[in-house]
Design a protein around this ligand. Structure first.
Ligand code: FES
Length: 206
């Protein structure tokens, strides 16, 4: 397995971090509750400066929930999407700026291999850098399918309050908003069914 940057020198450190990452799972319900980004859960400063990979245990992540981690100083979102959300994504293509993710800088190619609309390795699990591609604000996750003031046909997604950019639940940007590109999908892979390693792609590269 690739070095995950958190299991040296002792496994105890890794266990501690996995526990911490599990703890960031947030509540959902009628109103989604965003989980605050807590910097103290990041790996050691030395590992962070080196851009070390970050390991996330997603076994407790439920549909509609988001886990927030830090990798290379950026917030990383891991979101478990419902079947209803996945089913709604193709219908949005005509309203998006880059529905097929043709801008290759915004994601690694392996997240497009199975389904370009989902932008993920596993259909239900979306991994994104949580920074708006306009000027870097933190978009809000609005995961419910229901009319919103900014979009009567809202199918769930991310809304940036800074200048009203909108993205769908795959991080694909809508037309006619300031953000020029889809949200970034960071390099990542699954060490096992419930363990995501952020920062290392499936072939072991970074
Ligand atoms: S920073 Fe998000 S819309 Fe401007």
């Amino acid at each position: 397995m690739a070095n995950d940057g958190v299991n040296d020198p002792v496994n105890a450190g890794r266990r501690k971090f996995l526990t911490a990452t599990t703890a960031v799972v947030g509540a959902v319900g009628a109103g989604f509750v965003a989980v605050p980004f807590i910097k103290s859960w990041s790996p050691s400063t030395r590992a962070k400066l080196a851009g070390a990979p970050v390991v996330a245990d997603i076994s407790a992540l439920q549909e509609g929930q988001r886990m927030i981690l830090e990798w290379r100083g950026q917030p990383i979102w891991i979101v478990k999407r419902s079947q209803a959300i996945l089913a709604a994504l193709p219908g949005l293509d005509g309203r998006l700026r880059d529905p097929d993710s043709e801008n290759a800088e915004q994601q690694p190619d392996y997240v497009l291999a199975e389904n370009r609309q989902l932008r993920s390795i596993k259909p239900e699990i979306s991994v994104l850098v949580g920074l708006c591609t306009h000027l870097g604000c933190a978009p809000e996750m609005v995961a419910e399918i229901r009319p919103e003031p900014y979009d009567a046909q809202w199918k769930g997604g991310y809304f940036c309050p800074c200048h009203k950019s909108r993205f769908d639940m795959a991080g694909r940007v809508f037309q006619d908003v300031p953000a020029p590109t889809n949200l970034v999908v960071p390099p990542h892979h699954y060490a096992d069914d419930n363990t995501i390693v952020i920062g290392v792609d499936p072939q072991g590269g970074v």
